[in-house]
Design a protein around this ligand. Sequence first.
Ligand code: PHE
Ligand code: NA
Length: 445
Amino acid sequence: METREQWASKMGFILAAVGSAVGLGNIWRFSYVTGESGGAAFLIIYVLCIFLVGLPVLLAEFSVGRRGQSDVIGSFNNIAPGKPWVLGGIIGVLTSFLILSFYGVIAGWVVFFLFSYLTGSAQAVAGGEYADFFVNFIGGAAGPVIWQVIFMAAVVAIVYFGIKKGIELSNKIFMPLLALIILILAGYALTLDGAGEGLSFLFTPDWSAFGDASVYAAAVGQAFFTLSLGMGAMIAYSSYLPKNTKLPSAAGTVVTLDTLFAIIAGIMIFPVVFTFGVDPAAGPALIFITLPEVFNMMGGAGTFFAILFFFLVAIAALSSAISLLEVSVSYVMRQFNWSRKKAALIAGVVVTLFGVPSALSQGGPLSGEIFGLSFLDLVDTITDKYTLPLSGLIVALFVGWGWNKVDALKETGLTDSLIGVVWLWFIRVIAPLGILWILLQNIFG
Ligand code: PHE
Ligand code: NA
């Protein structure tokens, strides 16, 4: 057997993990969930969830991967052979597969918008007509699939080249680029007339929202999604770490940078929304309809900002999607003893095919509803509401209770430290209770 691939440096691992974390979740999902959940009140609860639930679970995932030294299912089996904990790994692999299937579709829309601004066809749309432009595109029979396939081909190509030469290298280029672009855009947004109003929407809480249970559920769901938890991506990435890397500082860095990206994305989007008088609660269409209307109103500069914006989102989505594909690829490599290249191609094709019904479900030929949801929304709901929290819950319980305490602390380098004790109790009690409460609310609410 070949020796397991490894990251070239701790920095490379952190950048890749940040690449996984920073994605559509920070820009597209964060802005519309925040918009729908009332702005600042949601932001406060969200940041609490990130540090009380997200950070401890992220550190737990890192320690499972690094200790397990295998794909997500293999890692659970290596640490606790013959125990039912492996269920957490199985659900994780399934979830990452399902999420990637529709993540590729939405990322394909982003690439289509980028392309349309580059060729000039998006600017040619008249003001007020962007909803039609978007709806016609996603309702097509070929367009959404073609752009999904283009995006997924890029994902497969990167994973194909492996940990160092594919994933680590691409993230070393993408992450500084993302930081630069988002700072330019947010800086510009702050010069707009509506900046004050946008910032107060984001940072001045409406206290009544704190009594609304659904805001908490949305915040925990967003915390999981944004940190790439519950689907094995962070377990897969940390399994390529050498034994001596310090995990707590890596987890802290990833969480901090992901949260900063989300907040800066909010600083970029809400001033624009208020300057041009559009609805902050526009929902998932915010970046595909609302923002293009705004770019249109900006005139010439709009094209420049639109291209930067959609390029930013496309790169963020790409670095997240590769981590999702890596979960399946590392699993089939071990399970079927395939080479990385073969595994990347086959897993990539299968997940893309499974995404096609989602691509065609938004007004296209497969728009029939199942349980009142389109196929895309169904897959999104199943993962976001049920399998993600479930797999996160299992990871937390596994590291907190299933794994012996000494090993868990040793793996994270937190033996005999106060932080270690605090972390252990967060993983044992606080995070599981928080997740369980959300899960029950999602099931019965
Ligand atoms: N964290 C990513 C985002 O915020 C989404 C994602 C989830 C990526 C799971 C990889 C794994 O967009
Ligand atoms: Na994120």
